[in-house]
Design a protein around this ligand. Structure first.
Ligand SMILES: *Cc1c(COP(=O)(O)O)cnc(C)c1O
Length: 507
């Protein structure tokens, strides 16, 4: 299997190179040259195997530079830290509806499914391609990605990681998760500004020739862990196959019956993996894209016009507060008949004017696979409260956006809502939906109250409901205290490298 670029189909590179590079030189995204097929028979077998075995099978179809044994070993290690034996368990809410819980990893968000795999793929790819420098991962985060990337790259040989976060732009729980991060190759720095300041600063570091030269002298090259990297996308294809197989096994769908998937969407990585699964032979009906108030995607699927020139809303589902969904480019590449020139034109128009229009033909092609809807905070809270009242199921605020859209769009087909975060990661917002009269300004107090509520409904103890990771977070020592101004990020980078080298030296 080789990979080409959405903006240059003359290109053909092996998977290890696509992973180390992250993004193609002309700015396009790496995509597989074809979609390998899996038979229904084999798909139905998946539920009989362990999740790491399924992961090795599906990823092996794309990552042909890696042996099956290598991938299986990596997947076993990657998913050993998940607090569910099934890794991504499927919860049946009722006859037609199931929830795929993707949040059982170390940081309690679905990003772990990919970011526990990517560092292992990256380390092996560095060796396979003979890259001579160590790889420094630079991340600007609005919350979930930063912590999941830190946890994933912690102590991975040949790599280092530096995460910048906006000092007052992440939740208390998210900030504490990052500041208590262990590891000899990790650094965290607060930026005195908002997420855009941090993001712009990181882009500037990537683009600077001076930074590149100085890092090279010290033996480093930069790379990125965000969801445009193929190594982050491919682990996500796995769980669609897994969910389908489990659903059929439990009698929730007949073998071969089409199942709908409803996905809370931001950067379009999660739902795109579902599209790839469909192209590989999975019986998927509709892929329903669910947006919050920042509904640039649901507007796009309604009109064919992608228009980012709009107000940005801060919502209770912050990981979906995105106006540029990078991975949509990969879908447009397929929908346009793999026309790199046309795709490059749309992306240029987006960068320059903030808008592009794909036209009726491409829109019709997209609508054959996708449906879309959106939900504001009030509707999401109402859906969250209904799921608890009717099914005694507690979901987080991102999943609730998808639940609200699912209620609106449900047809007769069985459907799966993808759950992207633990409710204990956003306990105050979840409690606000379940008990609007209560007010818990302290995040740990809110988590405790939520555990009591869930325990009473489920006939369990609060201790059994509250995730271990949240419990231990309140007592972990703070290990990072670096702060910088938006124009001081380059200095902060060199200081972080110094600290990383220092930690190594003292051991
Ligand atoms: C990242 C994230 C999303 C959005 O996923 P995309 O792949 O960017 O569409 C949704 N929910 C949560 C909790 C997330 O962390």
């Amino acid at each position: 299997m080789k990979f080409t670029s959405t903006r240059n189909t003359a290109l053909s590179v092996p998977s290890a190179q696509a992973i180390v590079q992250g993004i193609s030189e002309e700015g396009g995204l790496f995509v597989p040259e074809s979609f390998p097929q899996l038979s229904l028979e084999e798909i139905l077998e998946f539920a009989k195997h362990s999740y790491p075995e399924c992961a090795a099978r599906v990823m092996g179809l794309y990552l042909t530079d890696f042996s099956r044994e290598e991938l299986l070993q990596m997947a076993k290690e990657a998913y050993a830290s998940f607090d569910s034996e099934q890794v991504v368990p499927l919860a049946r809410l009722c006859e037609n509806e199931s929830v795929l819980e993707l949040f059982h990893g170390p940081t309690l968000a679905f990003k772990d499914v990919a970011l526990q795999m990517l560092p292992r793929l990256m380390a092996a790819s560095i060796q396979k391609t003979g890259a001579k420098h160590k790889v420094l991962i630079l991340v600007a985060t609005s919350g979930d990605t930063g912590k999941a990337a830190l946890e994933g790259f912690q102590d991975v040989p040949g790599t280092g990681i530096l995460v910048f976060f906006p000092q007052d732009g992440v939740s208390d729980m998210q900030k504490l998760q990052m500041l208590t991060q262990r590891g000899e190759n990790v650094a965290v720095c607060a930026v005195e500004g908002n997420f855009d300041d941090a993001q712009t600063g990181v882009k500037r570091l990537f683009a600077s020739g001076e930074v590149k030269e100085r890092l090279a002298r010290e033996g480093w090259q930069l790379s990125s862990a965000n969801s445009i990297n193929w190594g982050r996308l491919v682990p996500q294809i796995v769980y669609y196959f897994w969910a389908y197989s489990c659903l059929v096994k439990e009698g929730g769908a007949k073998p071969g019956e089409a199942v709908d998937f409803v996905v809370p969407t931001g950067n379009f990585g999660d739902i795109l993996a579902g599209y790839y699964a469909k192209r590989m032979g999975l019986p998927v009906g509709r892929l329903v894209c669910a947006s919050n108030d920042n509904k640039v995607l649901s507007d796009f699927f309604a009109t064919g016009v992608y228009d980012r020139r709009r107000e940005f809303y801060k919502t209770e589902s912050p990981s979906m507060d995105i106006l540029i969904s990078s991975n949509l480019e990969r879908l447009l590449f397929e929908a346009s008949g793999r026309n790199a020139e046309v795709v490059a034109g749309w992306m240029a128009s987006l960068a320059k004017e903030g808008v592009y229009d794909v036209g009726g033909e491409v829109l019709a092609a997209l609508r054959a696979d996708f449906d879309a809807g959106w939900s504001d905070g009030a509707h999401a809270r109402a859906a969250l409260a209904r799921a608890f009242a009717q099914h005694r199921y507690v979901m987080d605020t991102h999943t609730a956006v998808a639940q609200a859209v699912a209620e609106e769009k449900a047809g007769g087909a069985p459907f799966v809502v993808l759950s992207t975060a633990s409710p204990y990661k956003f306990p105050a917002a979840v409690l606000k939906a379940l008990c609007p009269q209560e007010d818990h300004p302290d995040a740990f107090e809110a988590a405790g109250a939520l555990a009591a509520l869930q325990a009473a409904a489920a006939g369990k103890t609060p201790e059994a409901c509250l995730p271990e990771k949240i419990r231990e977070l309140s007592s972990l020592p703070v290990r990072h205290d670096a702060v910088c101004a938006p124009n001081g990020m380059e200095e902060a980078l060199y200081a972080a490298l110094g600290r990383i080298a220092g930690k190594k030296a003292t051991n």
